[in-house]
Design a protein around this ligand. Structure first.
Ligand code: NAD
Length: 260
C-alpha cells in the first residue's frame, strides 16, 4: 500500500469517525486498535504492542502520508498507570518512530489528539517527567496520587498526558519542520463518544464535566472533530504547523481568555 493515513484508536469514537471521513474521501487508512476488526490489532499500553504496531504499519505502508495519534484511555480508566502508557507513550513513541517515513512522503504530516483536559490542568512535575522521558519518575509521581485516590490519579494522569501531547507538538515544530513534515494538535472538548458517555455516567465526575463552560454548543459528534483533523491532513492547511487547536465550542477560550 502507498500513501496511507495511519490512525490509532480507529475502532471507536473519533478514530472510527475519522477513518470513515478519510475513506469516503478516497484515502487509504490503516487502523490500529486493541479492539475491533482493525488492520492492526495492537495494545498500545505496552512497549511490545507499540513496537508491533509501528513495524506492522510500516510493513503495510512504508511511505505513509499521515499519522493521527488518537488512541486514548479515559481519565476514569481503572489503571491510572496505563493512561501514561497509552495517552503519552502511545502518542510520543509512535510519532517519533513514524517521522522518518513521513519525511519520505511529500505530503507527510501528523496530528496528535490532546483534550480540553490540557487546559484544565495536570501536574507540573509529572508533565516534566513525561516530556524529559523520565518514566521512572513519572510513575513514582503518579504513585503518590494513586496512594490517596485512584480516581484522582487517573484525572491527573489524563490531564498531564494531554498537556505533554500539546507541548510535544509545540516543542517539535523545529525538528519536524526541518524534516518537511507538518505536525499539529487537535484538542477536543465534549465529544459525543463512549468516553464522554462514561464520564457523564460517573457520579463523581459528571458534575465537573457538566460545569465546563461552553461558548456555543455544549458538545459535538465525533464526525465534526474528524472534519477538523482532516483539514490538518489536507493541502488546505499547508501553512499550518506546530499548532494546538481546541475544538470545544469555546470552552478553552472561556476558561483562559488571556492565552492565545
Ligand atoms: P473512545 O473511548 O470512544 O475510543 C478510543 C479508542 O482507542 C477505542 O477504539 C479503544 O479501543 C482505543 N484504545 C484504547 N486503549 C487502547 C490501547 N491500549 N491500544 C490500542 N487502542 C486503544 O474515545 P474517543 O472519545 O474517541 O477519544 C479519542 C481521543 O480523543 C482520545 O485521545 C481522547 O483522550 C480524546 N478526547 C476525547 C474527548 C471526549 O469527550 N470523548 C474529549 C477530549 C479528548
Amino acid at each position: 500500500m502507498q500513501d496511507a493515513v495511519i490512525i490509532t484508536g480507529s475502532a471507536a469514537g473519533l478514530g472510527k469517525a475519522l477513518s470513515h471521513t478519510l475513506s469516503s474521501k478516497g484515502y487509504d487508512v490503516i487502523g490500529i486498535d486493541k479492539n475491533g476488526d482493525e488492520d492492526i490489532l495492537a495494545d498500545l499500553s505496552t512497549s511490545e504492542g507499540r513496537q508491533f504496531a509501528i513495524n506492522k504499519a510500516l510493513d503495510i505502508c512504508p511511505n505513509p502520508r499521515a499519522v493521527v495519534a488518537n488512541a486514548g484511555l479515559s481519565p476514569i480508566h481503572e489503571d491510572p498507570f496505563a493512561i501514561l502508557e497509552v495517552n503519552w507513550l502511545g502518542v510520543k513513541e509512535l510519532l517519533d518512530a513514524f517521522l522518518p517515513s513521513l519525511a519520505n512522503n511529500p505530503n507527510g504530516c501528523a496530528v496528535a489528539i490532546s483534550s480540553i483536559g490540557a487546559a484544565v490542568g495536570g501536574d507540573e512535575s509529572l508533565i516534566n517527567s513525561l516530556l524529559t522521558g523520565d518514566m521512572v519518575n513519572a510513575r513514582s509521581t503518579l504513585t503518590k496520587f494513586a496512594d490517596t485516590s485512584h480516581l484522582e490519579a487517573g484525572i491527573i494522569a489524563y490531564s498531564s498526558c494531554k498537556v505533554a501531547v500539546a507541548k510535544y507538538v509545540r516543542n517539535n515544530a523545529k525538528l519536524w519542520g526541518d524534516s518537511g513534515v507538518r505536525l499539529n494538535c487537535v484538542a477536543p472538548g465534549r465529544m459525543e463518544t463512549a468516553m464522554l458517555d462514561g464520564l457523564l455516567s460517573h457520579v463523581d465526575i459528571a458534575p465537573g464535566i457538566e460545569a465546563l463552560p461552553t461558548g456555543i454548543t455544549k458538545s459535538a459528534p465525533a464526525s465534526q472533530i474528524a472534519d477538523v483533523v482532516t483539514f490538518f491532513l489536507e493541502p488546505d492547511s499547508l501553512f499550518v504547523h506546530g499548532q494546538v487547536l481546541y475544538v470545544d465550542g469555546g470552552s478553552e477560550s472561556l476558561l483562559r481568555p488571556e492565552i492565545f
